[in-house]
Design a binder for this molecule. Structure first.
Ligand code: NAD
Length: 364
């Protein structure tokens, strides 16, 4: 929660308590929270109806929460099965920001999108910072310096933001995505859409489908000349619920020119680029390869502000406002598809079916 949005929650009729130092990483001091109307206390969690955080709570903290308490945070359920079991066993009602349905009504609550936007921008700025040449064309009396050429793989929320930022910095941008709809979106950003003449891979809900190994090999082969010619490569490809697809081998990176840069935003989830390491810059052939690690946190102020706004919007949906300035009631309506879709555990049960199946060892 950022101080500037505390007033939205107190306006609904909530009391807001914040742990000391909670905002330090997001550049907000305890005094900022107090000025905004929050209480700063080491016992902030005591008596809370709802606990909101960015990362999921620690299991030791969960085990101290009274049954019936609600939590709201990022909580990748498939990768957090022990934590989900704790939340279930402690009778905690938990909501995962990853599970907020991607429907128009929930756009203002979509933290995956808001954080992907921040990461996409950051990826372009990192590429520009590491590349020891201009992004834009420069025509000067001393001669002309051509613009940098950037290739972006994956044109979802992060990829489109990376494209837009590279374009604003004046680079020539080419991009590729497996979804049919992406080509038009890439062009609308002023970039060239790379057409590999391969079948498109549209899955459920407008997301990408996983590739077969044959299709992946062919895609890599066809992308090789584009990557070899690029000054910088930015990869942002993901398939929901799966490891990131490996799009670029070390051999492909080795064909890039001296001084080239690779930014792999998917490094944390397996990597789009073979050999990328989350949180590190490694050298592969001639290229510096930057692996993303909790990238939104590298731009803490906007990432926190957008995330806090997503949280406030979701909390508002689940609130019965206090009458005449009276206290608010946190009362999620499980008939609402946003509430129901984002819930992981409730009243001692795992509410989210795919996670329940995983916990119970059911093969889908
Ligand atoms: P994502 O993070 O799951 O994936 C990023 C991109 O990688 C996607 O565009 C995907 O097609 C691409 N990709 C996957 N495998 C690839 C491969 N092998 N090669 C190249 N690219 C590959 O996706 P996202 O950014 O969260 O969004 C994806 C879709 O969801 C988009 O259509 C977006 O417009 C849509 N969306 C809708 C809403 C909404 O309606 N509220 C919100 C956000 C996103």
């Amino acid at each position: 929660m950022v101080p500037e949005l505390v007033g939205k929650l107190t306006g609904l009729g909530y009391e807001v308590a914040v742990e000391p130092g909670a905002g330090v990483e997001a550049l907000a001091s305890d005094e900022d929270y107090v000025r905004a109307g929050a209480v700063v206390s080491p016992d902030a969690l005591a008596g809370a109806d709802l606990v909101v955080s960015v990362q999921p709570l620690d299991p030791l903290v969960i085990r101290r929460l009274p049954a019936g308490t609600a939590t709201m945070s990022f909580l990748p359920p498939a990768q957090s099965l022990d934590l989900v079991a704790d939340l279930r066993d402690c009778g905690v009602t938990s909501f995962a920001m990853e599970l907020v349905p991607r429907i128009s009504r929930a756009q203002s609550m979509d933290a995956l999108s808001s954080q992907a936007l921040v990461a996409g921008y950051r990826s372009a700025v990192v590429a520009a910072g590491l590349l020891r040449r201009f992004f834009p064309l420069n025509m000067t009396a001393a001669g002309t310096v051509p613009p940098a050429e950037i290739v972006v793989l994956g044109a979802g929320v992060a990829g489109l933001q990376a494209i837009a930022t590279c374009k604003r910095l004046g680079a020539v941008v080419k991009a590729y995505d497996v979804r049919a709809a992406a080509a038009e979106e890439i062009r609308s950003m002023g970039a060239q859409s790379i057409d590999l003449e391969l079948e498109t891979l549209e899955g459920a809900g407008g997301y990408a489908r996983e590739m077969t190994e044959d299709r992946a090999a062919r895609q890599r082969e066809l992308l090789t000349p584009y990557i070899a010619n690029a000054d910088a490569l930015i990869t942002t490809a993901a398939v929901p619920g799966r490891q990131a697809p490996m799009l670029v081998t070390a051999e492909m990176v080795e064909q890039m020119r001296p001084g080239s840069v690779v930014v792999d935003l998917a490094a944390e989830t397996g990597g789009n680029v073979e050999g990328s390491v989350p949180g590190k810059v490694v050298r592969i052939g001639n290229a510096q390869v930057w692996g993303g690690f909790n990238v939104p946190s590298q731009m803490p102020a906007p990432a926190s502000k957008l995330y806090a706004q997503n949280i406030v919007n979701l909390v508002t949906l689940m609130t019965v406002k206090g009458e005449d300035g009276g206290p608010a009631t946190f009362a999620p309506d499980f008939e609402d598809e946003i509430v129901s879709g984002s819930c992981v555990t409730r009243e001692g049960h795992v509410w989210h079916e795919p996670t329940r199946d995983l916990l119970e060892g059911v093969t889908p």
